[in-house]
Design a protein around this ligand. Sequence first.
Ligand code: SF4
Length: 368
Amino acid sequence: MRSWNFSEKPLLVFWETTKACLLACRHCRAEAITRPLPNELNDEESRRVVEQVHEFGKPYPIIIFTGGDMLMKRNIYDLVGYAHELGIPTAAAPSVTELLTRETLLELKRRGVSMVSFSLDGMRETHDSIRGVAGTWDATMKAIRTAAEIGLAVQVNTCVMRLNVKELPEVFAAIKRAGASVWEVFYLIKVGKGVGMEELSSAECEEVANFLYDAAMYGLRVRTVEAPFFRRVVKQRGDGASPPNSGLYSLLVNRLRQLCGEPEREPDAPITPTRDGYGILFIGHDGSITPGGFLPIPRGNTRTTTLTKTYRGDRLFQLLKNPDNFKGRCGVCEFREFCGGSRARAYAAYQDPLEEDPACPYKPATSG
Ligand code: SF4
């Protein structure tokens, strides 16, 4: 990963291929709907997006086909297959609805997809209430098992918020049993429908990050989204720092040990220094280009410009690539190079993507 120049090309290109989705999740960034919007990219424009990713050159970024529900995108298999033909690695993030079957997963695999991700935001009752459709938890667990059985790597995405934080150990144990290989924990950002959900306090965010460090010792890779300070915690704990001596952390870790036993190995928690606009690029259903899915500041459109031009030349992208441009604690923090704070949360909180990340409680040595 060290050879990857994030200033020149993203590692991950998230493509919201459509906003259409049969689910109605309470925290959805995309504010999903049941039919494609009229301004969605057409077939030709969609193929052009794939070609624009190809223009970044080898090694190609990974395209994550997402939505809405990517399975509701017209000609999705052709698009995924086209990316594969061009040598671009692909991953798929389908919604769990009646459209997702063993055959669907097999077809994605045939078209070159190597990893699928599913959302699981709690145990049965919590997850189904968040998704708005009863039975989704059971269907998701089945989808994880099926995808693992047919040889797809499976990532599970969990959005952590006050409503579900105490269920994290159970969720982890359940997805480990079902065959997931990566757990990606997203710290809620109040955008889209997420504005109605309750975030954790910064102290709780820190406790959860420490719990995730412990969870990474049980054979699954653990990553976070919009919580790059997890990488600071990984570094600090790896250097021998003690975890917080507090209620939430103890509750989570004790439950984890009850469910999964003693830790098995060294933590698998990579500290690849990506953040919105630096290693990450997001394309909306209408071709709008933003630095991340939770940072809704369009900087161009694939209909009128290209991904390479925007990623390399746009002023905001340039500002986001250099953590010295960040304000408050994030601008002086000794961990800013591989953390830098969530730019999306800074924007949601202060309407300034360069501000400090309010979810991180860390006081940098140089902040006085
Ligand atoms: S202060 Fe900012 S850069 Fe430092 S660890 Fe916290 S979020 Fe990261």
